[in-house]
Every structure is written in structure tokens, then in C-alpha cells.
Write a protein that binds this ligand. Structure first.
Ligand SMILES: [Zn+2]
Ligand SMILES: [Zn+2]
Length: 371
């Protein structure tokens, strides 16, 4: 490869990676201290301004439209905005675990049992327990209609048989080895007459400062056990597809710490989407037409929609549809969160099936980014 073109490629790569990191506040023309209302109204104005419907064929506007939506998906969500303010893009990507790693661990996917420890932060006195995470798969239909979500997650709970003492008779005794401090002062002789003093965890109570006579048979003296805990919350129609719902203090329980939170990460599942794809408040779908339909018109279709509803599309006799034509159906997109009965739009893109060729079934500009 020619040297200059090689350098150009490197520069291009660098620029791309820099451009990827959008400043979401700038995208919406706001500053960090902006309130919820300002964010929402900036989003509404800009998404109207750059809407594909108003800017047909304008790549730039289309790009801005996507950026504005992306910024709002983070800044319009209290918990994500906090992560973004604190840790930037990484924080949002990692779901509040900026030290890296996939929050759901590797391997097989079990929606109700994947966790990662968030580490323990020392507060004054009792330590704070770690944050736990669970992934909840939601269908697009439930995102559209809203849903009472209910699920069980196996969490660590205080053993109910011994009330978290680990003791069969629920009695605990101050450890005689350390007088309850959990630590022992040890002396080591370095040379005749020379001693080194050091502190170590008490071996008689394991640092707990308390001992028990007989272990609780249910938890084997651990004071905690794992147990299915039930969770429910109402998910509003139009909730963002990667919303994080926080259950305060519902992390693993232990007599040794103040419980952290359980974070439920909502994820859009690939089933029951009826062929629709979602990008923020906008729904997209691709409709295939035969060449005959495209050229002659005179057809009508009822497409299934969420909540047993349907969308009717039709063309009169002689109305031609071109491959890649886009039709915007107002108000048939996703419900706008907190908006009184407001909905985004549905964008239908037509694909003409030409006789003899799947090769003509190419991606379109409009939906390319979405897919
Ligand atoms: Zn002890
Ligand atoms: Zn027990």
C-alpha cells in the first residue's frame, strides 16, 4: 500500500474513534446542569427538526436524528444519566461497572440468575454490600403496551431459622479469644529480647468477635442462605429499551453489611416484535411488494400491530411504488414516555421483489443503521 494512503487510513481511523464519543449534552444543545424538562423539550424540538420525514434524502439530518435519539436515551433516563455524568460513555456501556467486564458474565444466559459483584465500598461503620444485577428480557410488544413485570431472582438472604446469627439457639457469645474485637495482637520473637508485635484476625471466631455453641443446621452457621426473592414493578409504555430499574437495598443481604441495590437491566428480546424494529420512539418495518403490486397499485394490506391492533396500507389502481420508497405513518410509533397519549411514528420501507433475484433485496440507506 502507498505510504500516504496508509497514513490517511490511520488518520481516518483515529477520527472515527474520536467522533464516536458524542457529548450528549452538546448534541441536545444543553449543559450538564440542565433539568429534566429542558432535556425533554430539547429532544422533542431537535427530533422534530431532523425527522427523516422533514428531511428526505438528507444524510446529515438523518445522522443528527439518530444522535439526538441516542443522547436522549441516556440523558432522559435518570439512572443512565447519573452513570454518564460520573463515568462517561464507558459507564453507560458497562451498566455502572466502569472497572470493565460484561455485567452479565460470560457463558450461558440465564435471565434470572446472572450477576456481578460491584465491590464493597467502605462507609463509616458498616460496609455497604455490593450491587447485584439481573437482566430481564422484554418483548417489543410489552415495551409498547407497558407491563407489570414480575420475576424471581435467587439472592442471598438472612437465614430465617437463626435470624442471621448462625446459631441453633439464636444465642451468640462474645469470643473469649479476642474479647469481641475480632482481632488478636500477636508477638513474634525476632531475636533474643527483640519482639515484633502485629495484629491478626482472630482464629477462634474468624474475625466476627462472636462465637456460637451449635451451628444452625439450615445455614450451617453461615447466617445467610440463597433464596428466590420475588420482584415486581410496573414498566410504563414506551420505556427505553435498555432502561435500568433499581430496587433499592435489594442486593444480597448479610448481617455484616448494609445491603446494596439490585439493578434490573431491561433488554429487548427478539421474539414477539411482529416484524417491527424500534429506534427510540420510532418504529420501522420493511414491507415486500411483488413487481405487479409495485407497478399497478390496487392493493390493500392489514398489518398486525401491537395490542391486537392493525395498520392498513393501501394503494389505488395505478399508484406506483418504487423500491426503497418510504411511508411515514404518524402516531403509529412507540408511546412517548410521560407524554399524555403521544406516540412516535411508524416508518415503512417498501422492497420490491423482482422476479428471479434475492440479489435485489439490498439494505436501504434509511434502515441500515437501525439493523
Ligand atoms: Zn475472636
Ligand atoms: Zn441459620
Amino acid at each position: 500500500m502507498h505510504l500516504t494512503s496508509f497514513i490517511f487510513l490511520i488518520c481516518a481511523a483515529l477520527i472515527t474513534s474520536v467522533l464516536c464519543e458524542l457529548d450528549y449534552y452538546k448534541v441536545l444543545g444543553l449543559s450538564k446542569g440542565s433539568g429534566e424538562k429542558e432535556i425533554k423539550s430539547a429532544y422533542r424540538q431537535l427530533s422534530k427538526k431532523y425527522h427523516p420525514d422533514k428531511n428526505p434524502g438528507d444524510e446529515d439530518a438523518h445522522h443528527k436524528f439518530i444522535e439526538v435519539g441516542e443522547a436522549y436515551e441516556v440523558l432522559g433516563d435518570e439512572s443512565k444519566r447519573k452513570l454518564y455524568d460520573q463515568y462517561g460513555h464507558e459507564g453507560v456501556k458497562q451498566g455502572g461497572n466502569p472497572r470493565g467486564g460484561n455485567p452479565f458474565g460470560g457463558g450461558g444466559f440465564d435471565p434470572f440468575a446472572s450477576f456481578f459483584g460491584g465491590g464493597q465500598r467502605q462507609r463509616q461503620g458498616r460496609p455497604k454490600g455490593h450491587t447485584s444485577d439481573v437482566r430481564v428480557d422484554i418483548t417489543l410488544e410489552d415495551f409498547y403496551l407497558g407491563s407489570d413485570l414480575q420475576f424471581d431472582v435467587e439472592m442471598q438472604d438472612i437465614c430465617p431459622h437463626c435470624d442471621g446469627t448462625g446459631s441453633k439457639d439464636k444465642e451468640t457469645h462474645t469470643c473469649s479469644g479476642c474479647q469481641g474485637s475480632g482481632m488478636k495482637i500477636m508477638k513474634r520473637q525476632l531475636a533474643p529480647g527483640m519482639f515484633q508485635q502485629f495484629q491478626t484476625t482472630c482464629n477462634e471466631c474468624g474475625g466476627k468477635g462472636k462465637t456460637i455453641k451449635n451451628k444452625c443446621s439450615h445455614c450451617q452457621g453461615e447466617a445467610v442462605h440463597r433464596n428466590a426473592r420475588h420482584f415486581e414493578f410496573y414498566m410504563e409504555p414506551g420505556t427505553a429499551k435498555s432502561h435500568i430499574h433499581i430496587f433499592k437495598g435489594e442486593g444480597d443481604h448479610s448481617p455484616d453489611w448494609d445491603s446494596g441495590d439490585l439493578q434490573a437491566h431491561l433488554e429487548e428480546s427478539s421474539v414477539r416484535n411482529l416484524g417491527y424494529r424500534r429506534r427510540f420512539d420510532t418504529l420501522y418495518r420493511t414491507e415486500a411488494l411483488t413487481l405487479k403490486e409495485a407497478l399497478l397499485g390496487d392493493w390493500k394490506r392489514d398489518i398486525p400491530f401491537f395490542g391486537d391492533d392493525s395498520v392498513t396500507i393501501t394503494r389505488n389502481k395505478g399508484e406506483i411504488v418504487m423500491d426503497g420508497d418510504v411511508q411515514v405513518i404518524k402516531g403509529k410509533g412507540m408511546p412517548i414516555l410521560d407524554g399524555p397519549e403521544e406516540f412516535g411514528d411508524l416508518i415503512i420501507e417498501y422492497k420490491i421483489i423482482f422476479p428471479g433475484g434475492a440479489k435485489n433485496y439490498k439494505d436501504s440507506k434509511l434502515i441500515r443503521d437501525e439493523l
